[in-house]
Design a protein around this ligand. Structure first.
Ligand code: CAA
Length: 240
């Protein structure tokens, strides 16, 4: 197939599952990571997916990191999955300014940084797939997540605007809004709150990483060319 896919935060959690699924589907995959070098090396050994370290919240690092990926994989990025993200949950009346800024720069500025790094070669090639990971909580809000929900809602507007700008160049830009998925991130939610959340999910459980990866495969495919500017909810039927 020969298409090159880059997944940010692609060595663990949802991103790890996306990287693996893309590789299994025949793409040439690179996984970005920032912290957790041991885990990233172990992921690379286990999957054969090359890993590249940079901070997605830094514009220049994204530019350099993308060049390094292109050199290593022998071509420019065809499919970008903006998955990297963090939570620093807290009620607004107690939230520190640095926790607001860190979440906005890591979860939203990163999407600008990465798209800016890959979009010009995509425009020249007249092909591209950009898939941005939003969240159910960017669509409906969540207690303790003003920072996270604002960033994830920002991704929706960004996605729709870039989709309009890119449509004539055969580049699709879509968002996926996962619900609660079993990962380290959701493990960190206090147990009583986790139970409360689970009872509000119609299918009665948290989702699996492979259930998000499946949606990414669909949007990455050449045949999804008429679908752009959308937000695909994969959340077990949660009310929005
Ligand atoms: N859903 C419903 N109610 C919630 C809630 C949630 N997600 N989070 C907190 N609450 C409720 C609590 O049950 C509590 O209610 P009562 O006053 O009736 O007891 C009230 O809000 C205040 O909560 P705490 O007593 O826990 O207050 P705190 O200041 O100690 O902690 C908190 C607040 C940091 C927000 C903590 O409750 C928490 O971590 N909540 C989980 C927030 C959450 O859902 N994060 C999602 C992480 S996963 C993710 O983000 C991935 C994704 O895209 C879906």
């Amino acid at each position: 197939m020969g298409r090159i896919a880059l997944v940010t935060g692609g060595t663990r959690g949802i991103g790890g599952g996306i990287s693996r699924a893309l590789k299994e589907a025949g793409y040439s995959v690179a996984a970005n990571y920032h912290s957790g070098i041991e885990m990233a090396r172990e992921f690379c050994d286990r999957t054969g997916i090359p890993v590249f370290s940079w901070d997605v919240s830094n514009y220049e690092s994204c530019r350099k990191g993308t060049v390094a990926v292109s050199e290593a994989l022998g071509g420019t990025v065809d499919i970008l999955v903006n998955n990297a993200g963090i939570t620093l949950d807290g009620m607004l009346h107690k939230m520190l300014p640095e926790d607001w800024i860190k979440v906005i720069t890591t979860n939203l500025n990163s999407v600008f940084n990465m798209c800016r790094a890959v979009v010009n070669p995509m425009r020249e090639k007249k092909f591209g797939r950009i898939i941005n990971l939003s969240s159910v909580n960017g669509l409906k809000g969540q207690v303790g997540q003003t920072n996270y929900s604002a960033a994830k809602a920002g991704i929706v507007g960004f996605t729709k605007s870039l989709a309009l700008e890119s449509a004539s160049k055969n580049i699709t830009v879509n968002a996926i809004a996962p619900g609660y998925i079993s990962t380290d991130m959701t493990e960190a939610i206090p147990a009583d709150v986790r139970e409360k959340i689970c009872s509000g999910i119609p299918v009665g459980r948290f989702g699996r990483v492979d259930e998000i990866a499946q949606a990414v495969l669909f949007l990455a495919d050449d045949r999804s060319s008429f679908m752009t500017g959308t937000v695909l909810s994969v959340n077990g039927g949660q009310y929005l």
